[in-house]
Write a protein that binds this ligand. Structure first.
Ligand code: SAH
Length: 449
């Protein structure tokens, strides 16, 4: 076991899924933030267990050529991003490597290369922000949580967000401090404002502002609306009532104070209505490329029935509709399903239908009814597919399965199960939808043997 507070020399050999460097010292895996593979460092051990330890770099003895000066001044404190200390080349290399390693180790593949759709820019790409709000000495402020804590790190300008999004935060906080709106304190479960949620359509420029509050109303809403109206694109202000303890950001009830309560945006040539509760990929440019890859891999013909599980507002479902005979989307969040149905209507798409249900349960039910899709598209949350979803796909026996994933570990686990059911991994690709952050998206096509 390594000794706490002791300094050791180590070489960084790899990265964790969270983007920390990994070194091996005396047979112990040591996790080290802000490190780059290949670097030789001195590290102070801060936490020591039998098989693993956590430490911090005290000195870099051999610097990686990929190390750069951080462009974000709060990068070291803020838990929002992970990779401002390295160049983008190393970031995309490690992301592709992660997807490849997961598929090789857990799905028995022997992939040597992993292509990655790299992003054209690391700046201003994120169309959604959720700023937690805190208070110190009577002054409220907003920012992002420090890694592993609920301490808010204040920041005037977050470079992965568009300027308008930060301008909304500034305007809301001016109003909050002028009218003495209290920040929510999660320990005491007191105070009003919990989060400022902002979503901006990358093409439409429309901005939705949603204040998450521990209550039913805010003081002087018209004062806030006046301030927000000065920001180009401001379209709607919504309150989300969240009076529960816990980490869930949004509450279940939404009250529209200004505008329509949703915004619109254009994606893959279609118009989408987006409610606050609905999922929408945060990187518009990269999402379009990812969905195009999904469409290409699906190899759909006009006779095909396509089932899109975990469909959100129907982005992929509707983007595939024109190539297919019929498409069915399944999504569990009612507001997202309402958005999806509305999105089909507003784009004049008549061969799409949407079910509001758990994806696995709905798929089993559709299978019982005799539905046999030619292609199944899945895009589940990080935990991956449920056993029901896998079982239903096995019974439906589609020609192809296109799997869009936000966690390569669960993707690889599910791919291994689908392989047992007679599918072969034909194509795999990583996609960077979150530059400067450790999350990596990937897409696979599995074909029936
Ligand atoms: N394909 C869409 C959404 C992907 S995100 C897009 O690219 O925009 C994953 C979606 O799965 C979210 O909309 C989430 O609400 C939904 N979801 C989560 N658990 C689910 C479940 N058990 N059954 C159906 N949908 C679920």
């Amino acid at each position: 076991m390594l000794t706490k507070n002791e300094i050791y020399e180590a070489v960084i050999t790899d990265y964790t899924a969270e983007g920390q460097g990994i070194a091996h010292i005396e047979g112990c895996a040591v996790f080290i933030p802000n490190a780059i593979a290949g670097e030789r460092v001195r590290v102070r051990i801060e936490k020591a267990q039998k098989t693993w330890a956590a430490g911090k770099i005290t000195e870099i003895l051999e610097k990686s050529p990929h190390r750069v000066n951080r462009e974000c001044p709060v990068a070291k404190l803020c838990g929002g991003c992970d990779f401002w200390h390295m160049d983008y080349e190393e970031e995309t290399r490690l992301k592709a490597e992660r997807v490849k390693t997961c598929l090789n180790r857990m799905a028995g593949e022997q992939l040597e290369e992993m292509p990655i759709l790299a992003a054209p820019t690391c700046f201003g790409y994120r169309n959604k922000a959720q700023y937690p709000v805190a208070q110190k000495k009577g002054r409220a402020y907003a920012g992002f949580f420090r890694a592993g804590t609920h301490q808010v790190v204040e920041n005037d300008r977050c470079y992965i967000l568009p300027e308008q999004t930060d301008a909304v935060k500034t305007a809301v906080m001016d109003y909050v401090n002028q009218y003495r709106v209290t920040a929510y304190d999660e320990v005491a479960h007191k105070g009003l404002l919990r989060h400022i949620y902002v979503r901006r359509g990358a093409v439409s420029g429309e901005i939705l502002v949603c204040l998450v509050i521990n209550g039913e109303k805010i003081p002087r809403p018209e004062e806030l609306i006046q301030r927000l109206k000065k920001i180009p694109g401001f379209a709607t202000l919504v309150l989300s009532v969240n009076t529960k303890k816990g980490n869930a950001v949004l509450g279940d009830r939404f009250l529209t104070l200004h505008g329509k309560g949703y915004i619109e945006d254009t994606l893959c040539g279609l118009t989408f209505r987006l409610s606050p509760r609905s999922f929408y990929q945060v990187n518009h440019h990269q999402a379009q490329r990812l969905y195009q890859a999904a469409i290409d891999l699906a190899g759909i013909t006009k006779e095909d029935l396509v089932l899109d599980l975990y469909c959100g507002v129907g982005t992929i479902t509707l983007a595939m509709a024109s190539a297919a005979g019929r498409v069915i989307g399944v999504e569990v969040i009612p507001q997202a399903v309402e958005d999806a149905r509305d999105n089909a209507r507003r784009n004049g798409i008549e061969n799409a239908e949407f079910l509001c249900a758990d994806a696995g349960a709905a798929a089993l039910e559709l299978e019982k009814q005799g539905i046999r899709p030619d292609v199944v598209v899945v895009d589940p949350p990080r935990k991956g597919l449920s056993a029901d979803a896998i079982e239903a796909m096995h019974r439906m026996n589609p020609r192809r399965i296109v799997y869009v994933s936000c966690d390569p570990a669960t993707l690889a686990r599910d791919a291994a199960l689908l392989k047992q059911h007679g599918y072969r991994l034909q194509t795999a690709m990583a996609a960077d939808l979150f530059p400067r952050c450790a999350h990596v998206e990937s897409i696979c096509c599995l074909v029936r043997e």
